[in-house]
Ligand binder design. Structure first.
Ligand code: ZN
Length: 477
C-alpha cells in the first residue's frame, strides 16, 4: 500500500519525525548488523553526473579532492564514471543521496526544509549557511534524498480557521485522500497562509508559496542584470491591491486585464552586484492579506570602458548639471496608468542606422574615476536626420537645456519614458499625443557634444535602461 504523508510546518513534521525514528528502531532490532558496518561511519553519497569533475564535486561540497579519493578508496582519479556513487566526507549524521537544486521564487529555506522533511539546522549545516537570510532565488542548495525520506510532491495553502479537508476541497484536491492521510489531528486547522506539503498520486501540484490567491507569479529575467528592464507579473484568482519594492525602488503595479498585474522596473546600470531586496505585499478582495520578501541576485552587465573624455570642467560641475537632472527627474517620475505602447519599440531613426556609443559604457571625464556611465544609445547620422517617436505616448517636455541640448521626453505610460537629446529642430510641444513613427524633430549637435548624433534614452520607473532590448529583443510586459 502506498504511504501518504502530510507535513505541517513544525507540529506535524515533528510527529512525522517520531514515526521515522520509531521505524528505524524496529529495523535496528530486527536486522542483523554486519560487523564492518559498526565501525564504518555513515556517509551521504553523491551520484556523479555528466560534466562533473572531481574538482567540481569537491567545490560543490566544500571538501578536498584528497578526502574524496581516500574515503572512496579511489586509486585513479581520472576514471570516475557517470552514475558512480561517491561518499562525501564531512557530513556525519546525514544519509541519503545528495542532490543540488535551485531555490525558486517564493521559496524560503523553511518551506524547503518542510518539503524535504529535513530539520532546518541540518539543511543549514549541509549548505554551510549561518542563517536562513543567506539564501536567495537561484542559489543552489544541497539536499539529501533517500528512500525513507522522499520529498513531498504537492503543497496547498490554508487560510486561518479552516481544516486541511476544507482546504483540499477549495484546492480541488481529492478530499477522500486527505481524510485517509489526516485522521490523526482532526482538530488541526491551518494558520493564515500556512503552507502544507503532502504526497499525492501522480505528478502532484504545488501551491504558490506566497499566497493561495496567487495562481502565477514571475519575475523576468532572473538573475537581475545591471541596465535590464525587469517585469513582475502576477495572476490571481480575484482582484488584489499590491505594493512592493525591488532594490529600494517602490514598484507600481498595473492591471491590464481581470486579475492580471504587472510592474516594470529598471535595474540601475551601476547597481552594486550582489543581493537585492525584493518584497511584495497585498490584500485580496476576500480580505486576506499577505506579505513576502526574498533576496534576488544582481549581476554585473557586460559594458565596455570608453576612453577618458576631456570636456570643459564646468559642464560636469554638479552645481551646473544638478538643476537639469532634477528637471528631467521631475518629468519622468510619474507612472501614468495607461500603457500606450504595443510590441517592440520602433527605431527612432531611419535605416540604415549606425550606433556610435552603446548604453552602459563606463565613462571617466578629464581623467577622473570611472564613476559615470552612458545613459542611452547614440545614433550617428547614417540615413536621414529624422527622429521618430518609438511608440505611442504624450510629450511631457520639449525645449533646450545646457547639457542635453534641445530635448524631447515622451511618456508611454506605466512609468516608461523615452528621451531624445542634442536635437536640432524640435517639431512637437508639451501635451502633443504622438504615435509610433510620429516625426519629433531632427538630429543635431546642441548641448554637451563633440558632433551631431541622437542620444536616445529609455527610463523605466525612474531608472535608465538598455534601449536595445526594447528595440530588438523583447516586448514588454
Ligand atoms: Zn549619448
Amino acid at each position: 500500500m502506498k504511504k501518504f504523508l502530510l507535513a505541517r510546518s513544525s507540529k506535524l513534521l515533528s510527529s512525522f519525525r517520531l514515526t521515522v525514528i520509531a521505524a528505524l528502531f524496529i529495523t535496528f532490532f530486527l536486522s542483523p548488523i554486519p560487523a564492518a558496518a559498526q565501525e564504518q561511519p555513515n556517509y551521504p553519497v553523491y551520484v556523479v553526473e555528466s560534466g562533473d569533475t572531481l574538482n567540481s564535486i569537491a567545490l560543490k561540497f566544500g571538501v578536498t579532492t584528497t578526502d574524496i579519493l581516500q574515503i572512496n578508496s579511489i586509486d585513479n582519479p581520472n576514471i570516475i564514471p557517470v552514475g558512480a556513487e561517491l561518499k562525501i566526507p564531512g557530513y556525519e549524521g546525514i544519509s541519503g543521496k545528495l542532490t543540488t537544486r535551485a531555490v525558486e521564487l517564493g521559496e524560503t529555506i523553511e518551506t524547503i526544509s518542510d518539503r524535504y522533511c529535513l530539520p532546518l539546522d541540518i539543511l543549514l549545516r549541509l549548505n554551510k549557511l549561518v542563517s536562513p537570510e543567506e539564501i536567495f532565488t537561484g542559489s543552489e542548495l544541497i539536499v539529501p534524498v533517500d528512500s525513507e525520506n522522499t520529498p513531498f510532491n504537492s503543497s496547498l495553502i490554508g487560510s486561518g480557521g479552516i481544516s486541511p479537508l476544507e482546504a483540499s476541497i477549495l484546492n480541488k484536491e481529492n478530499p477522500r485522500l486527505l481524510t485517509i492521510i489526516h485522521p490523526v489531528e482532526s482538530g488541526w486547522q491551518f494558520l493564515p497562509n500556512e503552507l502544507a506539503f503532502l504526497n499525492l498520486p501522480g505528478d502532484g501540484k504545488f501551491a504558490n508559496p506566497i499566497a493561495r490567491e496567487i495562481t502565477a507569479f514571475d519575475i523576468n529575467p532572473l538573475p537581475l542584470v545591471q541596465g535590464d528592464t525587469i517585469v513582475l507579473s502576477l495572476q490571481t484568482d480575484q482582484s488584489a491591491q499590491l505594493t512592493g519594492a525591488l532594490n529600494g525602488k517602490p514598484l507600481n503595479f498595473f492591471s491590464p486585464g481581470a486579475n492580471q498585474y504587472f510592474a516594470l522596473q529598471g535595474i540601475h546600470a551601476m547597481a552594486e552586484p550582489g543581493l537585492a531586496d525584493f518584497s511584495i505585499s497585498g490584500k485580496f478582495a476576500n480580505g486576506r492579506e499577505f506579505s513576502f520578501s526574498q533576496k534576488l541576485v544582481i549581476k554585473a552587465g557586460v559594458f565596455s570602458k570608453d576612453p577618458v573624455l576631456y570636456v570643459d570642467p564646468e559642464t560636469i560641475n554638479p552645481e551646473n548639471t544638478k538643476p537639469e537632472e532634477e528637471l528631467i527627474q521631475s518629468k519622468i517620475k510619474d507612472a501614468t496608468p495607461e500603457k500606450k505602447w504595443d510590441g517592440l519599440f520602433k527605431l527612432p531613426v531611419d535605416e540604415p542606422f549606425c550606433i556610435y556609443s552603446y548604453f552602459g559604457n563606463r565613462r571617466s571625464y578629464n581623467g577622473g574615476e570611472y564613476k559615470y556611465f552612458h545613459t542611452g544609445l547614440d545614433f550617428g547620422v547614417c540615413a536621414t536626420l529624422n527622429i521618430y517617436a518609438p511608440a505611442a505616448g504624450t510629450v511631457v517636455f520639449a525645449g533646450p537645456q545646457t547639457v542635453r541640448g534641445n530635448l524631447v521626453l515622451i511618456d508611454h505610460g506605466w512609468g516608461v519614458y523615452s528621451g531624445f537629446y542634442h536635437m536640432n529642430d524640435i517639431l512637437v510641444q508639451v501635451g502633443d499625443v504622438v504615435e509610433a513613427g510620429s516625426l519629433l524633430g531632427t538630429i543635431g549637435d546642441t548641448g554637451r557634444v563633440t558632433g551631431p548624433h541622437l542620444h536616445y534614452e529609455i527610463w523605466v520607473n525612474g531608472v535608465q535602461v538598455n534601449p536595445e532590448t526594447w528595440i530588438f529583443d523583447r516586448t514588454y510586459p
